[in-house]
Design a protein around this ligand. Sequence first.
Ligand code: 0O2
Length: 206
Amino acid sequence: MLKRIKNWRSFFIQYEMALNELESDFRIIDLEWKTNHGYSPIEHLKTRLKTLPSLVQKIESKNIPLTYESIQQHIKDIAGVRIVASFLDDIYMLKKHLEEREDLRILEVKDYIANQKKSGYKSLHLIVETQIILCSEVLWVPAEIQIRTSAMDFWASTEHKLNYKYHGQEVPQEAKDQLVELSEAAYMLDTKMSTLRNQLLKESLK
Ligand code: 0O2
Protein backbone atom coordinates (compact mmCIF):
# COMPACT_ATOMS: atom_id res chain seq x y z
CA MET A 1 0.00 0.00 0.00
CA LEU A 2 2.81 2.42 0.92
CA LYS A 3 4.24 2.15 -2.58
CA ARG A 4 1.02 3.37 -4.19
CA ILE A 5 1.77 6.90 -2.98
CA LYS A 6 5.00 7.65 -4.77
CA ASN A 7 6.55 10.43 -2.81
CA TRP A 8 5.61 10.60 0.87
CA ARG A 9 8.43 13.06 1.59
CA SER A 10 6.94 15.68 -0.69
CA PHE A 11 3.46 14.91 0.68
CA PHE A 12 4.58 15.53 4.30
CA ILE A 13 6.57 18.68 3.56
CA GLN A 14 3.52 20.99 3.49
CA TYR A 15 2.52 19.69 6.96
CA GLU A 16 6.02 20.37 8.24
CA MET A 17 5.66 23.92 6.92
CA ALA A 18 2.30 24.23 8.68
CA LEU A 19 3.91 23.18 11.97
CA ASN A 20 6.71 25.72 11.55
CA GLU A 21 4.16 28.43 10.83
CA LEU A 22 1.92 27.57 13.80
CA GLU A 23 4.81 27.15 16.21
CA SER A 24 6.16 30.53 15.21
CA ASP A 25 2.68 32.14 15.62
CA PHE A 26 2.35 30.75 19.13
CA ARG A 27 5.91 31.74 20.11
CA ILE A 28 5.08 35.30 19.04
CA ILE A 29 1.83 35.30 21.07
CA ASP A 30 3.83 34.02 24.06
CA LEU A 31 6.48 36.73 23.70
CA GLU A 32 3.92 39.48 23.19
CA TRP A 33 1.99 38.46 26.31
CA LYS A 34 5.09 38.13 28.47
CA THR A 35 6.26 41.56 27.34
CA ASN A 36 2.94 43.35 27.71
CA HIS A 37 1.45 41.58 30.71
CA GLY A 38 4.38 39.84 32.42
CA TYR A 39 2.39 36.62 31.97
CA SER A 40 1.61 34.30 29.06
CA PRO A 41 -1.44 32.02 28.68
CA ILE A 42 0.90 29.45 27.07
CA GLU A 43 2.72 27.22 29.59
CA HIS A 44 4.36 25.20 26.83
CA LEU A 45 3.69 23.81 23.39
CA LYS A 46 4.60 20.74 21.38
CA THR A 47 4.29 19.98 17.70
CA ARG A 48 4.13 16.58 16.08
CA LEU A 49 3.87 15.21 12.57
CA LYS A 50 1.77 12.06 12.32
CA THR A 51 4.04 9.09 11.72
CA LEU A 52 3.63 7.18 8.48
CA PRO A 53 2.49 3.93 10.23
CA SER A 54 -0.10 5.89 12.24
CA LEU A 55 -1.30 7.68 9.07
CA VAL A 56 -1.56 4.39 7.17
CA GLN A 57 -3.53 2.88 10.05
CA LYS A 58 -5.98 5.78 9.95
CA ILE A 59 -6.32 5.61 6.15
CA GLU A 60 -7.11 1.90 6.40
CA SER A 61 -9.50 2.20 9.34
CA LYS A 62 -11.49 4.91 7.55
CA ASN A 63 -11.31 3.24 4.14
CA ILE A 64 -9.95 6.37 2.53
CA PRO A 65 -8.96 6.14 -1.16
CA LEU A 66 -5.20 6.26 -1.60
CA THR A 67 -4.78 9.58 -3.35
CA TYR A 68 -3.15 12.75 -2.03
CA GLU A 69 -6.41 14.64 -2.47
CA SER A 70 -8.59 12.25 -0.51
CA ILE A 71 -6.05 11.90 2.32
CA GLN A 72 -5.87 15.69 2.55
CA GLN A 73 -9.64 15.97 2.48
CA HIS A 74 -10.36 13.34 5.13
CA ILE A 75 -7.41 13.45 7.53
CA LYS A 76 -6.91 16.80 9.20
CA ASP A 77 -4.53 15.87 12.02
CA ILE A 78 -1.35 15.04 10.08
CA ALA A 79 0.09 18.25 11.56
CA GLY A 80 -0.66 18.58 15.28
CA VAL A 81 0.04 21.28 17.85
CA ARG A 82 -0.60 20.78 21.55
CA ILE A 83 -0.73 23.85 23.77
CA VAL A 84 -0.75 23.59 27.53
CA ALA A 85 -2.35 26.63 29.14
CA SER A 86 -2.24 27.64 32.79
CA PHE A 87 -5.93 28.29 33.39
CA LEU A 88 -9.28 27.23 31.92
CA ASP A 89 -10.08 30.82 30.87
CA ASP A 90 -6.79 30.97 28.96
CA ILE A 91 -7.92 28.11 26.72
CA TYR A 92 -10.96 30.06 25.53
CA MET A 93 -8.99 33.31 25.30
CA LEU A 94 -6.56 31.58 22.93
CA LYS A 95 -9.49 30.17 20.93
CA LYS A 96 -10.98 33.67 20.59
CA HIS A 97 -7.65 35.03 19.43
CA LEU A 98 -7.30 32.26 16.82
CA GLU A 99 -10.83 32.94 15.54
CA GLU A 100 -9.85 36.54 14.87
CA ARG A 101 -6.68 35.80 12.87
CA GLU A 102 -6.72 36.30 9.14
CA ASP A 103 -4.00 33.73 8.47
CA LEU A 104 -6.05 30.95 10.04
CA ARG A 105 -9.38 29.34 9.12
CA ILE A 106 -11.19 27.38 11.80
CA LEU A 107 -12.93 24.40 10.17
CA GLU A 108 -14.25 22.70 13.28
CA VAL A 109 -14.27 23.09 17.06
CA LYS A 110 -14.42 19.93 19.19
CA ASP A 111 -14.97 21.04 22.76
CA TYR A 112 -14.13 17.98 24.83
CA ILE A 113 -14.03 20.21 27.94
CA ALA A 114 -17.73 21.07 27.75
CA ASN A 115 -18.47 17.56 26.42
CA GLN A 116 -15.80 15.25 27.78
CA LYS A 117 -15.11 11.94 26.05
CA LYS A 118 -16.43 8.70 27.57
CA SER A 119 -12.86 7.92 28.69
CA GLY A 120 -12.76 11.15 30.74
CA TYR A 121 -10.56 12.92 28.14
CA LYS A 122 -10.83 16.71 28.23
CA SER A 123 -9.26 19.15 25.80
CA LEU A 124 -10.30 21.76 23.25
CA HIS A 125 -9.56 20.68 19.68
CA LEU A 126 -9.55 23.13 16.80
CA ILE A 127 -9.33 21.78 13.29
CA VAL A 128 -7.79 24.61 11.31
CA GLU A 129 -6.17 25.53 8.05
CA THR A 130 -3.09 27.69 8.30
CA GLN A 131 -1.82 29.93 5.54
CA ILE A 132 1.58 29.16 4.05
CA ILE A 133 3.02 31.75 1.70
CA LEU A 134 5.40 30.14 -0.77
CA CYS A 135 7.32 31.88 -3.57
CA SER A 136 5.01 30.41 -6.18
CA GLU A 137 1.66 30.06 -4.40
CA VAL A 138 -0.35 30.41 -1.22
CA LEU A 139 -1.36 27.15 0.49
CA TRP A 140 -3.94 26.52 3.21
CA VAL A 141 -2.77 23.45 5.11
CA PRO A 142 -4.93 21.60 7.69
CA ALA A 143 -3.76 21.01 11.25
CA GLU A 144 -5.23 20.03 14.61
CA ILE A 145 -4.61 22.33 17.57
CA GLN A 146 -5.24 20.77 20.98
CA ILE A 147 -5.45 23.22 23.89
CA ARG A 148 -5.67 21.98 27.48
CA THR A 149 -4.60 22.80 31.03
CA SER A 150 -1.62 21.17 32.79
CA ALA A 151 -4.05 19.01 34.80
CA MET A 152 -5.81 17.81 31.61
CA ASP A 153 -2.45 17.19 29.98
CA PHE A 154 -1.22 15.17 32.95
CA TRP A 155 -4.40 13.09 32.85
CA ALA A 156 -4.20 12.50 29.06
CA SER A 157 -0.53 11.50 28.98
CA THR A 158 -0.86 9.22 32.02
CA GLU A 159 -4.06 7.62 30.70
CA HIS A 160 -2.31 7.05 27.36
CA LYS A 161 0.56 5.27 29.16
CA LEU A 162 -1.82 3.13 31.23
CA ASN A 163 -3.82 2.14 28.13
CA TYR A 164 -0.63 1.37 26.25
CA LYS A 165 0.12 -1.36 28.78
CA TYR A 166 -3.14 -3.04 27.72
CA HIS A 167 -2.37 -2.68 24.00
CA GLY A 168 -4.77 -4.91 22.07
CA GLN A 169 -6.74 -5.90 25.18
CA GLU A 170 -9.74 -4.37 26.87
CA VAL A 171 -8.88 -2.24 29.92
CA PRO A 172 -10.86 -3.52 32.96
CA GLN A 173 -14.08 -1.55 33.58
CA GLU A 174 -12.99 -0.74 37.15
CA ALA A 175 -9.85 0.95 35.83
CA LYS A 176 -11.91 2.86 33.24
CA ASP A 177 -14.25 4.11 36.00
CA GLN A 178 -11.28 5.20 38.08
CA LEU A 179 -9.85 7.13 35.13
CA VAL A 180 -13.15 9.01 34.71
CA GLU A 181 -13.07 9.84 38.45
CA LEU A 182 -9.48 11.04 38.17
CA SER A 183 -10.43 13.26 35.24
CA GLU A 184 -13.15 14.82 37.38
CA ALA A 185 -10.63 15.37 40.20
CA ALA A 186 -8.25 17.08 37.75
CA TYR A 187 -11.10 19.29 36.54
CA MET A 188 -11.92 20.29 40.10
CA LEU A 189 -8.30 21.38 40.51
CA ASP A 190 -8.64 23.49 37.35
CA THR A 191 -11.85 25.20 38.43
CA LYS A 192 -10.48 25.90 41.94
CA MET A 193 -7.27 27.37 40.51
CA SER A 194 -9.33 29.58 38.16
CA THR A 195 -11.51 30.79 41.01
CA LEU A 196 -8.43 31.60 43.10
CA ARG A 197 -6.81 33.44 40.21
CA ASN A 198 -9.93 35.55 39.58
CA GLN A 199 -10.19 36.34 43.30
CA LEU A 200 -6.54 37.47 43.45
CA LEU A 201 -6.96 39.52 40.27
CA LYS A 202 -9.98 41.29 41.76
CA GLU A 203 -8.11 42.03 44.99
CA SER A 204 -5.08 43.38 43.12
CA LEU A 205 -7.39 45.85 41.31
CA LYS A 206 -8.86 47.23 44.57
P1 0O2 B 1 -1.90 11.15 18.53
O1 0O2 B 1 -0.65 10.38 18.68
O2 0O2 B 1 -2.17 12.02 19.73
O3 0O2 B 1 -2.03 11.86 17.26
P2 0O2 B 1 -10.92 12.21 13.54
O4 0O2 B 1 -11.02 10.93 12.81
O5 0O2 B 1 -9.47 12.61 13.81
O6 0O2 B 1 -11.75 13.32 13.01
P3 0O2 B 1 -11.04 11.24 16.14
O7 0O2 B 1 -10.00 10.21 15.83
O8 0O2 B 1 -12.22 10.82 16.97
O9 0O2 B 1 -11.62 11.89 14.87
O10 0O2 B 1 -10.31 12.45 16.76
P4 0O2 B 1 -10.48 13.09 18.19
O11 0O2 B 1 -10.96 12.08 19.17
O12 0O2 B 1 -11.24 14.35 18.04
O13 0O2 B 1 -8.98 13.43 18.50
C1 0O2 B 1 -8.03 12.41 18.49
C2 0O2 B 1 -6.84 12.83 19.35
O14 0O2 B 1 -7.31 13.34 20.61
C3 0O2 B 1 -5.99 11.63 19.69
O15 0O2 B 1 -5.00 11.53 18.71
C4 0O2 B 1 -5.43 12.00 21.05
O16 0O2 B 1 -4.33 12.89 20.92
C5 0O2 B 1 -6.58 12.76 21.68
N1 0O2 B 1 -7.52 11.88 22.39
C6 0O2 B 1 -8.80 11.64 22.06
N2 0O2 B 1 -9.39 10.82 22.95
C7 0O2 B 1 -8.46 10.54 23.89
C8 0O2 B 1 -8.48 9.76 25.09
O17 0O2 B 1 -9.46 9.13 25.47
N3 0O2 B 1 -7.32 9.71 25.79
C9 0O2 B 1 -6.18 10.38 25.41
N4 0O2 B 1 -5.10 10.26 26.18
N5 0O2 B 1 -6.15 11.12 24.28
C10 0O2 B 1 -7.26 11.21 23.53
P5 0O2 B 1 -4.50 10.14 18.17
O18 0O2 B 1 -4.64 10.15 16.71
O19 0O2 B 1 -5.18 9.02 18.90
O20 0O2 B 1 -3.01 10.04 18.54
